[in-house]
Design a protein around this ligand. Structure first.
Ligand code: GTQ
Length: 346
């Protein structure tokens, strides 16, 4: 590779003249922008223990009333980045949100997309575009861009969920903003995960005349996903990933524009190698315990722990139990990479 000229080889006067005109020469910086062979990554493999975070999240519930927080969230900050940047990976924001019984997180909408993966508690709900979506442990709830959403809690005890947003990307596009609104009028009746989209292979007949509906399904109940994983595992050899993608049921495409979501089952004692990909990710343990090797860094994980996966990282996951399956939920930015034509897997 050719050695390129550096800034100190140029006359100070010349650099100043360029600078006064808001210009820089490319060549001293070219290799930084286009590192040779593989990208340079600030993002580190990282692990967050839910057991350790939980008391601090509960303390936030004592320290800060919901009215003072709007969203009472502890944000995961990748140790390779500035904490103020609130990055799990370059495109993924994630945090743990707490709502106590009777509390509400007010109605708003914003340009970034969000999803919630319920961690613990019963009786929570999110209302999205007038549809009241129950939140039970493991459920995935979508709040797509520019759709009104508000959260509430009609059960006992705390409810906690993990938020994942494409906020870092939208913020860096200088396109991130939110609008507050009055509480939504709720359309009575169960949500579409309980009425219209019950079984794979069949759709409401009217779907034949509407091939590209936006976000027809906003709630993916965990019990359905878990059953589907268990059934799938019967047809997959040990060591091969038992993995399901969360999709728009009418198009079969990823269910959100930037971030992708999938669920992985590890059978008792099983070890699975996920190929290196250009996409970055966040792993969230839904059930079970085990070990992860992410780009050479090893972590022991327990239920509800979260782990950051930098771009181009090989990931090895092992279920430490010889009797119980383990289940992980995976967030990644593969949909964005695919749309940009930069997706790689090797
Ligand atoms: O619940 O709408 O973690 O707007 C960050 C921003 C959650 C939410 C977050 C948000 C929300």
């Amino acid at each position: 590779m050719t050695e390129l000229g550096t800034l100190d080889e140029l006359p100070q006067r010349y650099i100043q003249e360029l600078s006064d005109l808001d210009l820089v020469p490319l060549w001293p910086f070219l290799r930084g922008f286009l590192p040779y062979g593989k990208p340079e990554r600030k993002t580190q493999p990282a692990h967050w223990s839910y057991e350790t975070i939980r008391p601090l999240l509960m303390e936030a519930g004592e320290l800060t009333p919901i009215e003072k927080a709007e969203r009472r969230v502890l944000v995961l900050c990748n140790p390779g980045h500035d904490p103020e940047d609130a990055l799990v990976t370059p495109s993924i924001y994630a945090g743990l949100q707490l709502i106590k019984p009777g509390e509400t997180a007010p109605n708003h909408k914003h340009s970034p997309s969000a999803v919630r993966l319920v961690v613990e508690g019963n009786g929570g709900f999110t209302t999205v575009r007038g549809e009241k979506l129950p939140m039970e442990p493991g459920d995935l709830i979508l709040t797509p861009p520019h759709l009104w959403h508000e959260h509430g809690h009609e059960g006992d005890g705390p409810i906690v969920w993990m938020d994942a947003l494409d906020l870092p990307l939208i913020y860096n596009l200088e396109a991130s903003y939110s609008i507050e609104g009055d509480s939504q009028e709720v359309r009575p009746g169960p949500d579409s995960s309980q009425t219209l989209y019950r079984r794979s292979g069949v759709l409401p007949y009217s779907a034949l005349d509407n091939r590209d509906p936006k976000f027809p399904l906003l709630r993916f109940p965990w019990q359905e996903v878990k059953t589907a994983l268990n059934d799938m595992s019967r047809g997959v050899s040990l060591g091969q990933p038992v993995r399901l993608a969360y999709v728009n049921p009418q198009t079969g495409q990823e269910c959100m524009p930037v971030l992708g979501f999938s669920a992985l089952m590890l059978r008792p004692g099983e070890e699975v190698l996920l190929p290196r990909r250009s996409a970055s990710g966040l792993l969230k343990v839904v059930e079970g315990r085990g070990q992860a090797d992410i780009d050479g860094q090893c972590f022991d994980w327990e239920q509800h722990d979260m782990m950051a996966v930098p771009t181009h990282s090989p990931v090895k996951l092992a279920n430490r139990s010889n009797s119980q399956p383990a289940y992980l939920f995976i967030v990644d930015d593969a949909p964005l990479h695919r749309k940009l034509g930069i997706y790689e897997e090797y």
